[in-house]
Design a protein around this ligand. Structure first.
Ligand code: FCB
Length: 455
């Protein structure tokens, strides 16, 4: 049986985000965020579910940190709810909100767990959305002010601050498809949002570095997908190329090369000159840390019905699927190699590269004896971690892996039906139970590797 080992010092962790786990949506001075508003609108979320209580992490954070420690996991990636810290998004600071993250960080450090704090995971303060949200340039400035406030409070203890989680999803799901809050469907607003999200990363990076009490790494987390054409026809290959430009290049290139390919599209060409101000691209190009979230590949075919890309995603028969996406482990290898070879190898000071999310929803539950036998997730972990290891063997300097998610939680528009956790949560009693996959992962972390088959 072949055993694989990860490099010494490889960072292992689990990830979560504020709205998906905290609950306490209007406690201790927290202002409403766009997800509070969206979930309270009829018909937006499966079964009308909300994150009002979520899995009550706000009140149970000590128990949750103890669970992470019990699994010997060395790192935890969480997000900070902007509207907890600044109920109106700008202006007044809510000390009680900041205090929560202060306590969380102390609790993590007490148990020797490295905190990776993310400033934005889809939850814009509603007050800023009321003033236009991400399509407005002033939102980027407000974000930088918020970043400074968090940095002043936490940077003596937090060594990695992530500005955004998946800005592409923030823009595309929030302003294009409307599946996520704030539920807008407007291609122009989407392009504007995308640029201001990137700009806000640059402005926040500046603000964090200027106010940090100790050296801090500033990074971003991106959802990246390898794109495969459905057939070898020129039409499908071109469709896949356009999709790649929109999904991957339009975000990687500003951050890493200081250029943008959006002019390749008529709408991008039309908007760029008024949207991108002198100096913006220089500000955006700054990264000490790059996180890759990987869930699936995209199989694309030519389809003129779709605006901008004239391409559609298809789900070929015979592939393996989960409740949300195709399961395609090789894609993780492909995307890591691509990021490494096409970008990081070419920049003078390559940012630290880690996998910051990867996981699968499994409709699991408690067996008669209280155990959760989620074999599918164990297989998923083994197959995906193997691809990370392969990428490292082939020269990509991948320095860490965070599994999504630590605990079952609120999966956005899909509500509580999609269980991603290594820890099972009974959504009625809030009881937490480590799944078999959690035990498997903890073992792999302890060993810094695992046996490829069996075990
Ligand atoms: C990612 C999000 C995360 C979670 C997973 C399944 O796009 O960052 O919050 O919903 O998908």
């Amino acid at each position: 049986m072949q055993k694989i080992r990860f490099p010494q010092g490889f960072t292992w962790g689990v990830a979560a985000s504020a709205y998906q786990i905290e609950g306490a949506w209007n406690e201790d001075g927290k202002g409403p965020c766009i997800w509070d508003t969206f979930c309270h609108m009829p018909g937006k979320i499966v079964n009308g579910e909300t994150g009002d209580v979520a899995i009550d992490h706000y009140h149970r954070y000590k128990e949750d940190v103890a669970l992470i420690a019990g699994m010997d996991l060395p790192a935890y990636r969480f997000s900070i709810a902007w509207s907890r810290v600044m109920p109106e998004g700008s202006g007044t600071v809510n000390q009680k909100g900041l205090d929560f993250y202060d306590r969380l960080v102390d609790e993590l450090l007490k148990r020797k767990i490295e905190p990776y704090a993310c400033l934005y995971h889809f939850d814009l303060p509603q007050a800023l959305q009321d003033r236009g949200g991400w399509p407005e340039r002033q939102t980027a400035q407000a974000f930088a002010d918020y970043a400074r406030i968090v940095s002043e409070r936490l940077s003596d203890r937090v060594r990695t601050i992530i500005t955004h989680n998946e800005p592409w999803v923030t823009a595309a799901a929030g302003y294009f498809s409307g599946e996520h809050a704030p539920g807008i469907k407007d291609p122009v607003a989407t392009f504007k949002a995308m640029h201001h999200l990137l700009l806000s990363h640059g402005l926040a990076a500046e603000a964090i570095r200027a106010s940090a009490k100790k050296p801090v790494k500033v990074g971003i987390v991106l959802n990246l997908n390898p794109i495969h054409p459905l057939t070898d026809s020129k039409r499908d290959r071109d469709a896949a190329r356009r999709m790649d430009t929109v999904l991957n290049r339009s975000i990687l290139e500003p951050l890493l090369l200081g250029t943008t390919p959006v002019q390749e599209f008529a709408i991008g060409k039309m908007l760029s000159s008024s949207l991108i101000k002198p100096g913006d691209m220089e500000k955006i190009r700054t990264l000490d840390f790059l996180g890759v979230n990987y869930y699936c590949r995209t199989v694309a075919k030519f389809d003129p019905k779709f605006p901008v890309v004239a391409a559609a995603q298809v789900h070929p028969e015979g592939n393996e699927y989960s409740g949300m996406w195709e399961i395609y482990p090789e894609g993780l290898y492909e995307i890591l190699m691509r990021v490494w070879n096409d970008y990081l190898r070419k920049v003078p000071q390559a940012p630290i590269l880690m996998v910051t999310e990867n996981g699968v929803p499994v409709p699991d539950g408690l067996d008669f004896d209280g155990r959760v036998r989620d074999e599918r997730r164990i297989r998923y972990l083994r197959n995906h971690l193997y691809q990370v290891w392969r990428a490292i063997q082939d020269g990509a300097l991948v320095q860490g892996y965070f599994h999504w998610s630590f605990m079952d939680n609120f999966e956005w528009a899909l509500g509580y039906g999609q269980r991603f956790g290594l820890v099972y949560v009974d959504f009625q009693t809030m009881k937490r139970t480590v799944k078999d996959s959690g035990r498997w992962f903890a073992e792999a972390v302890r060993d810094n590797g695992f046996a490829l088959e069996g075990g």
